[in-house]
Ligand binder design. Structure first.
Ligand code: HEC
Length: 151
């Protein structure tokens, strides 16, 4: 009987666990949402570690080939937001300023999640993987805005 109860509890908990794994939360700051959501979806801080955000925010004038620079005050405001809300950099891994990742779409967990899942047509519709909430058919704009990326 005990065994059955344990199994039943585990099954009941499963959707919750799955949700927790892919839910990055809503960006509650309007400045961040607007400035960093103008060209692609506004990425939630917990998608990258703090040192990655630091590098992204330090290089906005040459941001993946675009000039995404902002007033210094706005830049430091947004940098602070990411610093506070992101996952802390791991001291165990040998990450330097040169090799710190600045693309979420190149991270191992991201590639694993998407391997074989994204059609060419879906990317074409969204324009880029960085805009997966814009009609890709994979993630809805509403889900992306609340930081929810389940399939
Ligand atoms: C002027 C347009 C523009 C603005 C504004 C902009 N970006 Fe980007 N961003 C881009 C482009 C273009 C790419 C590359 C997209 C691609 O290659 O798929 C990109 C890519 C990214 C990526 C990597 C996406 C990936 O492939 O994993 C991150 C992270 C990112 N931007 C963060 C930000 C942040 C933070 C801000 C706000 C400070 C911001 N962006 C504002 C144009 C912009």
């Amino acid at each position: 009987m005990k065994k059955i109860l344990i199994i039943a509890t585990l099954i009941a908990l499963q959707p919750g666990l799955a949700l927790a794994g892919k839910n990055y939360g809503r960006i509650n700051d309007e400045v961040v949402r607007n400035e960093c959501g103008a060209c692609h979806l506004a990425f939630q801080p917990r998608l990258l570690r703090s040192n990655s955000w630091e590098k992204i925010m330090a290089g906005l004038d040459d941001h993946f080939g675009e000039d995404a620079s902002l007033d210094p005050e706005v830049t430091s405001y947004i940098a602070d937001y990411f610093a506070k809300k992101s996952r802390k950099s791991s001291s165990r891994r040998r990450v330097t300023w040169e090799n710190v990742p600045i693309r979420i779409t190149k991270l191992r967990w991201f590639l694993k999640e998407h391997r074989g899942e994204v059609s060419r047509a879906a990317i074409k519709k969204a324009g880029t993987m960085a805009n997966c909430g814009a009609g890709s058919g994979c993630h809805s704009a509403k889900d992306v805005a609340r930081g929810y990326y389940d399939d």
